[in-house]
Write a protein of this length. Structure first.
Length: 308
């Protein structure tokens, strides 16, 4: 209760402090939302194209092979961690859709979410004095992503937890896209545009909220949390917008927060991936558990790093 009260009071004070300084430009928010969405579309299209290929060309054999490989080895988690660290947030969107179609395992999805770097690495590279921190951040995110991904798949296997969901064919049927009567390119494009519109709306809403609140509100919110900074940074990192990772990275570069605090927020920062997961995967309880795991891993990393 004390922690929740601390969050409430810190954000209230921060919002009041920055209210008179915040500006809102609808055109800038709109352009940012369009740009963020456009950057994700190629990854999204490739993900849907892969799903269409597996469903209509390769059939169940390839899907079974991918599923079995991910459950028997750490390949899925390791690959997800490495790919997630590439400076973009489109792969987390692709992974969310691949998991919704049960083409990748839960562990692989979690590893991608934790490793996703979006704008953090380019922002650090823009500060020459922070070059050493780039490799440190990448190492931390990959290690946390691989460990969490493998652990998730092991827990599911040991306890026999079911993660069965809708197949991609079921998703297509519900959306009424008519995939069976069109080629895979057309179907992949139609899915991409549908999800792209959703991503744009989320980016627009979150961008407007961030613009109205102002970055100073978030900065003061984190700064006043003391020992609980990793918890606060974890919440900020989960904002489904690349602006959150930029802010956290800049705060670290300026010395306003510790490396551990920044790492906590950047590990939970899966970009728009979490929002897409809630849209694509119908099991809300499962989505909430995934969100909780990602948050817990990020905060734990932050606390551990702050001890050293």
């Amino acid at each position: 209760m004390f922690f929740l009260y601390r969050i409430y009071t810190s954000f209230s004070i921060a919002a009041a402090h920055s209210h008179s300084h915040s500006g809102f430009d609808l055109l800038d928010v709109l352009l940012d939302a369009l740009l963020d969405t456009a950057k994700m579309l190629p990854f999204l299209f490739l993900a849907f194209l892969l799903m269409e290929f597996i469903e209509h060309k390769a059939g169940d054999k390839l899907a079974d092979f991918l599923g079995k490989a991910g459950k028997k080895t750490a390949v899925g988690s390791a690959a997800g961690a490495v790919l997630g660290c590439i400076p973009q947030c489109g792969f987390s969107v692709a992974a969310a859709n691949l998991y919704a179609g049960r083409i990748v395992t839960l562990g692989t999805l979690i590893s991608v979410f934790i490793a996703t770097s979006d704008e953090a690495i380019p922002v650090l590279l823009a500060h020459p004095e922070m070059l050493g921190s780039v490799w440190k951040l990448i190492a931390v995110k990959i290690a946390a992503a691989v460990i969490a991904g493998i652990a998730a798949d092991l827990v599911i296997k040991i306890f026999g937890i079911s993660t069965d969901g809708e197949s991609f064919e079921d998703i297509c049927t519900e959306s009424g896209c008519g995939c069976g009567s069109h080629g895979i390119w057309y179907s992949a494009l139609k899915h991409t545009l549908s999800v792209g519109i959703f991503i744009f709306i989320v980016n627009l809403v979150i961008g407007a909220i961030m613009a109205l609140a102002g970055n100073e509100a978030v900065e003061h919110f984190i700064g006043r949390m003391g020992f609980f900074q990793p918890f606060a940074a974890g919440f900020v990192g989960m904002i489904p917008n690349c602006a959150a990772s930029v802010l956290l990275t800049e705060l670290y570069a300026e010395g306003a927060v510790s490396f551990g605090t920044a790492a906590a927020g950047l590990c939970t920062g899966a970009g728009i991936g979490l929002a897409v997961l809630f849209r694509a995967n119908k099991n809300v309880k499962e989505n909430l558990i995934i969100t909780g795991i990602v948050y817990a891993v990020g905060v734990t990393c932050g606390i551990i790093l702050n001890l050293f």
